[in-house]
Structure formats: structure tokens, C-alpha cells
Design a binder for this molecule. Structure first.
Ligand code: G6P
Ligand code: MG
Length: 216
């Protein structure tokens, strides 16, 4: 890649710490279902859609539920989650992410949100960053979840840039896998991210100049 034309952001755990809220909400639900749940297991849920996450938890606890029970528990988890995101403000942006998004926009590079969350629109509105995103992929319209590349390919298509000129930013292994499967440069936020092309421990380390140096 010679020039970055698009930066595609995951939301939970990259722009704001809602990954922690998803964790808390699933933990509460797992307790109700009497299934053991810890941070290590939670890593497998990051970036994974609501229903698929519930399936993973049920398999982990060796529990079987009917389709209507699954719907019931998935919506219960979402109710917990919605209570938690109701009070989000711009103070909940992760350190340095606003500045990073602003410098990308100032450089004339397009941006898109590639989050699997059906709550993404509410969260970005509460964070007041809607103007920094040219496009938002609608998670409800996707056929396959991360690690499938569909969401990142869709984001590149929506900003009208070739995927080979796009960079994806993710905190989840499933997300990094999706970015790589889409043929893009992958920035990983956090540790334990295999295959990421550039890993930063914290969002405060994200800088356009550093990213441009990495893609050369
Ligand atoms: C993101 C999060 C996952 C979450 C998924 C669906 O990918 O990383 O933890 O399960 O979105 O979120 P939703 O808000 O639709 O339940
Ligand atoms: Mg994430």
C-alpha cells in the first residue's frame, strides 16, 4: 500500500470501552444461567455477534435451549447492555482516539465504522463522533460475522475505496482475522492479537504518522 485512502474502525474496545460493558452484561447473564464465565473465555466473544456469542456461552456451559429461550436470553443481555450505554458521554472516548480520528479526517482520508454491534449508532451518537465517520456499516444487514471479511469489505465499498488501500483497526482476534481476510492492513489494539500488522497497547499510541511509516 502506498497511500492510505480509508481507515475502518471497530467500535467496542477501540473507540470506547463498551467491550467492558459487553463483558459485564454477558457475565450477568451467564450467572443467571449458572454457567462459569471469566475474562479468558470472554476474549472469544469479542467482535462476535449477539446470537453467536450466546451460542458460544451455551456450548461452554453444555446447556441446550430452545430457539425462543435463546431469543429471550439474548434480548435480556441486550437490555443489561442498553442500561449500561444509556449514560455514555464523550468522556468515554478512549484516550487519543478522538485526536487520531480528527487527524485522519484532516488528512483527507475517509473513515467508516465496521462494528458488529446493532447498538453502534446509539453509541457513536452519545460519543458525539458521528461527523468523524463518513460511513457506518449496518450490522443488521450483514450475512456473516467476523472473522468473515464481509463487514470490512462492505465498509471499503461504502466509502468507495479499494480494500487494498484501507486499514482496519480492531481489538479482537476475530476482527483482526476479518481485516486480514479482507486483504487490508490490520492495526491491533491490545495484546494477544495474532496476524496484526501493527500492534499498539493503547489507543493513545495511535498516530497517523506512525501508521503511515508502518505501511511503507
Ligand atoms: C461487537 C462486540 C461484541 C458484541 C457484538 C454485537 O462486535 O465486540 O462483543 O457481541 O458487537 O453487539 P450487539 O450490541 O449487537 O449485541
Ligand atoms: Mg471490538
Amino acid at each position: 500500500m502506498k497511500e492510505i485512502r480509508g481507515v475502518l474502525f471497530d467500535l467496542d474496545g477501540v473507540i470506547t470501552d463498551t467491550a467492558e460493558y459487553h463483558f459485564e452484561a454477558w457475565k450477568k447473564l451467564a450467572e443467571e444461567l449458572d454457567i462459569s464465565f471469566d475474562r479468558e473465555f470472554n476474549e472469544r466473544l469479542k467482535g462476535v455477534g449477539r446470537m453467536e456469542s450466546l451460542e458460544l456461552i451455551l456450548n461452554h456451559g453444555e446447556k441446550e435451549l430452545s430457539e425462543s429461550e435463546k431469543e429471550h436470553f439474548a434480548s435480556k443481555k441486550n437490555d443489561h447492555y442498553k442500561t449500561m450505554i444509556a449514560n455514555i458521554t464523550p468522556n468515554d472516548l478512549l484516550p487519543g482516539i478522538l485526536e487520531f480520528m480528527e487527524e485522519i479526517k484532516e488528512a483527507g482520508i475517509k473513515t467508516a465504522l465496521a462494528s458488529s454491534s446493532k447498538n453502534a449508532q446509539v453509541v457513536i451518537e452519545r460519543l458525539e463522533i458521528t461527523h468523524l465517520l463518513d460511513e457506518v456499516v449496518d450490522a443488521a444487514k450483514l450475512e456473516r460475522g467476523k472473522p468473515d471479511p464481509e463487514i470490512f469489505l462492505k465498509a471499503a465499498e461504502q466509502i468507495n475505496e479499494p480494500e487494498t488501500a484501507c486499514v482496519g483497526v480492531e481489538d479482537a482476534q476475530a476482527g483482526v482475522d476479518a481485516i486480514k481476510a479482507a486483504g487490508m492492513f490490520a492495526v491491533g489494539v491490545g495484546s494477544y492479537l495474532e496476524k496484526a500488522d501493527w500492534i499498539v497497547e493503547e489507543t493513545s499510541q495511535l498516530e497517523l504518522k506512525k501508521l503511515q511509516a508502518k505501511i511503507q
